[in-house]
Each structure stands twice: as structure tokens, then as C-alpha cells.
Design a protein around this ligand. Structure first.
Ligand code: NAD
Length: 376
């Protein structure tokens, strides 16, 4: 399929192909939707086997960012960038700076940050060429490592699940199976312990699991056995695709709520979760803490403000669950509706219109909000 045909299918606004032959840069920046504000998305560096795979990934990921930002209630659109290459062998200061110049040419329509294959120090190099970068270290005025605040957001999401499923939002006495004891899983475990919940964990990295047993005092099980653990909540905090047609029948939990991106492997798995009566907290709603943190950073980082904003994950999820109940649809479908409704309202505002209580569309007298973050 041609690039424009793929953009047409996904309703992408703009795709930029960038190259600098001298430094070996080959990158694609996809801007999916800027209805609510400038597109924001990380820069992934990965040795894609083909250009087509890189394009597919950046188109999918940028679309996901539109939904994530909309559901998070942020005035941000969705974008993403991929640099084609092996980060261990091909990353250089010159390449990152060349990439930064391309980001700069987009003049604030696209903001970026770290992702798979890039880190905070890389973004600080990109920052030497463009101000349109977030996710910098605290020393440089950024929000720093987003994992603690992402974990805090997941905890708020779990409380919303508890309220929906058990009628009150306390996690006291609950048993949580945490898959992946990496940055987020580790912080989440600490928060759950503070909330008097019990954690059973797993990690493919045996050293990490041993460290968790020793330092956090939790029980751990073999990576594959985590699906069979009897728990109130299953928290996928490792890689995507944990919830599949093979794993759903094994789960012994009432709730799925974790930080991983793209937790559900397929549409049949979504249906199976729903048929089994398990409450699923849609991944892009519950794991939006990191994105919210960057949003605050773009306006001048303030940790109290970031925490307050991330606390909204509780009400966002409650709203998603309420849409799911009202329309008798899955929570995944409800999250998409929730985001799409906000996009539709934003599209009206952008043109100086708004929807009235009776559903009629009227011209607003107020000027639409500025679409750009205030800093810089
Ligand atoms: P991380 O790399 O620090 O941790 C992931 C951990 O999962 C690692 O310890 C790894 O060994 C382990 N792991 C991998 N496969 C596993 C498996 N099959 N079973 C058990 N353990 C396994 O990553 P992170 O920053 O903690 O992020 C965790 C997840 O949350 C990722 O999917 C990430 O995309 C998502 N996420 C993270 C953030 C953030 O702020 N860090 C924000 C949003 C979403």
C-alpha cells in the first residue's frame, strides 16, 4: 500500500521522511492528529528489517498517542518518530543532532522524548538543536525518570478498578500479581505495599527477581507461572501482548490493571477477558502518568502539579467504566469512545464551535485556547 493510502486509512495528518547521509540518519516522523494540540510522542531507535516495517510502526504508534493524550485530558495530539538503526552500533551525537534539526524544522507541531532505544541523555543531545523535546533530567529542568509517576498513576487506576469491582477504592488486603519488576513494576510494588496490599512478582531477569525478593520482601514465581497465580489483580508491567487467547483462560483474577503498553494481543483476547467477567483497565488510560509528566514539563516542571494531574487517572478510568456499563461495550471500546468524544469536541472548538447541552452545535464567543504549551 502506498504511504498516502496508509495515511488515509489511519487518518494521519503528516508524515516526514528525514535523512542525513553524512551521519547515517534515516528517520520517519508521523503526526497523526493535532486537533487537541501539538503532536507528542517518543523517538524510537530500532534496527527495522525494512522501511515498510518502520513506517507501519510509526503510523500505529502515533495513532495510539492521539488516543492516549485525548483520554488523559491533555491538550496534546499524537505523534511518534522512528530512527532506523541499531542504537548500540549506529547511535552517535552527530546523528542525534541531525535528527534534532529535523524536529526543529517542524516548529513545534511535533514534540518528542525518549522511547525504546533512546534515553534521557540522547534527548539532551537532541535538545541542543531544538527546544521541542521533553523527558529531560531534573538537573536540566525536566521531569526526570517517569517510572515513579507512571507507577503512581497505575496505583490510582487500580483504586478506580477496586471501586468499580468491589465498591470501595481501598487496596488493603488485596493480592496483586505483578508481571515484570522493572522500573515501573518495582515502584508499583512499593506503593502497593504502602497501601497494605500483598505482591507476588515475576521477572524474566532472575537477578532482578532475586533482588525483589531480598529488597522488597515479596514472593516471586517463574515468569510463565505468573498467569496461574491466584490474585485479585493481575498487573502486566513487562512487555506488550501479555493478555492473549492462551493466557486469559489461565488468569485467576478479577481485575487486569498494569503499566505495559499494548497489553492485549488480539481482539479475541479482548472478548475473552470480557466474557470471563474480568475488569480490564485499558492500558493507554492507566499508564498515561509518564505522558502527563512530560506535559507538565513542557510548561515548566512542577512535581506537585504533575502528581495532581496523574491523580486524574482515577476519574478518567471511572468515566471509561461508566461508558462501558452504559453502552454495554468492553472497557477497551469504551476507552476509544471516551478519547474520540474528546477529539470530536476539540475539533469543534478548533473551528470556534461547540456542542450545546441539547446537542446542537453553536458558534462560541470565546477564542479557542492556545494550542501550544506555554514554555519555550
Ligand atoms: P523496564 O524495562 O524497566 O521493565 C520491564 C521488566 O520486565 C524488566 O525487568 C524485564 O526483565 C521484565 N520482563 C520482560 N519480559 C518479561 C516477562 N515475560 N515476564 C516477566 N518479566 C518480564 O520497563 P518499565 O519502564 O518498567 O516499563 C514497563 C512497561 O510499562 C513497558 O511495557 C513500558 O512500555 C510501559 N510503560 C512504561 C512507562 C514508564 O514511565 N517507564 C510509561 C508508560 C508505559
Amino acid at each position: 500500500m502506498s504511504v498516502l493510502a496508509q495515511m488515509n486509512t489511519g487518518k494521519h495528518e503528516q508524515v516526514v521522511f528525514a535523512q542525513d547521509v553524512d551521519v547515517g540518519l534515516r528517520a520517519i516522523i508521523a503526526i497523526h492528529n493535532t486537533t487537541l494540540g501539538p503532536a507528542l510522542g517518543g523517538t524510537r531507535m530500532y534496527p527495522y528489517a525494512t522501511e515498510e516495517q518502520a513506517l507501519r510502526d510509526v503510523l500505529d504508534l502515533s495513532r495510539g498517542m492521539t488516543y492516549k493524550a485525548a483520554a488523559a485530558g491533555l491538550d496534546l495530539g499524537g505523534g511518534k518518530a522512528v530512527i532506523i538503526g541499531d542504537p548500540l552500533k549506529q547511535k552517535s551525537d552527530a546523528l542525534l543532532r541531525a535528527y534534532g534539526r529535523f524536529v526543529n524544522r517542524l516548529a513545534g507541531v511535533f514534540y518528542t522524548g525518549e522511547d525504546v532505544g533512546t534515553d534521557v541523555s540522547d534527548m539532551e543531545i537532541v535538545r541542543t538543536e531544538t527546544p521541542f523535546v521533553g523527558g529531560l533530567s531534573r538537573e536540566r529542568g525536566g521531569g526526570g525518570d517517569p517510572s515513579p509517576i507512571t507507577a503512581y498513576g497505575v496505583l490510582q487506576g487500580m483504586k478506580a478498578c477496586a471501586a468499580e469491582r468491589w465498591g470501595h477504592d481501598s487496596l488493603e488486603g488485596r493480592r496483586v500479581a505483578v508481571q515484570g519488576l522493572g522500573k515501573v513494576g518495582w515502584h508499583l510494588t512499593e506503593l502497593l505495599q504502602k497501601a497494605n496490599a500483598t505482591v507476588v512478582g515475576s521477572d524474566v531477569n532472575r537477578d532482578r527477581a532475586a533482588e525483589a525478593r531480598q529488597l522488597l520482601g515479596i514472593e516471586t514465581v517463574d515468569p510463565d507461572a505468573i498467569y496461574d497465580v491466584s490474585a485479585d489483580i493481575f498487573a502486566p508491567c513487562a512487555l506488550g501482548g501479555a493478555i492473549s487467547v492462551d493466557t486469559v483462560p489461565r488468569l485467576k483474577c478479577d481485575v487486569i490493571a498494569g503499566s505495559a503498553n499494548n497489553q492485549i494481543a488480539s481482539s479475541p483476547a479482548v472478548r475473552m477477558v470480557s466474557e470471563r467477567g474480568i475488569l480490564y483497565a485499558p492500558d493507554y488510560v492507566i499508564n498515561a502518568g509518564g505522558l502527563m509528566n512530560v506535559w507538565v514539563e513542557l510548561q515548566g516542571y512542577d512535581s506537585a502539579r504533575a502528581l495532581k494531574l496523574v491523580g486524574n487517572i482515577y476519574s478518567n478510568l471511572r468515566e471509561v467504566f461508566s461508558v462501558a456499563r452504559r453502552l454495554e461495550i468492553t472497557t477497551s471500546a469504551a476507552a476509544d469512545r471516551f478519547a474520540e468524544e474528546r477529539l470530536a469536541r476539540g475539533a469543534l472548538t478548533k473551528t470556534g464551535l461547540s456542542r450545546q447541552a441539547d446537542g446542537a452545535i453553536a458558534r462560541t464567543t470565546e477564542a479557542p485556547e492556545s494550542l501550544a504549551p506555554a514554555h519555550l
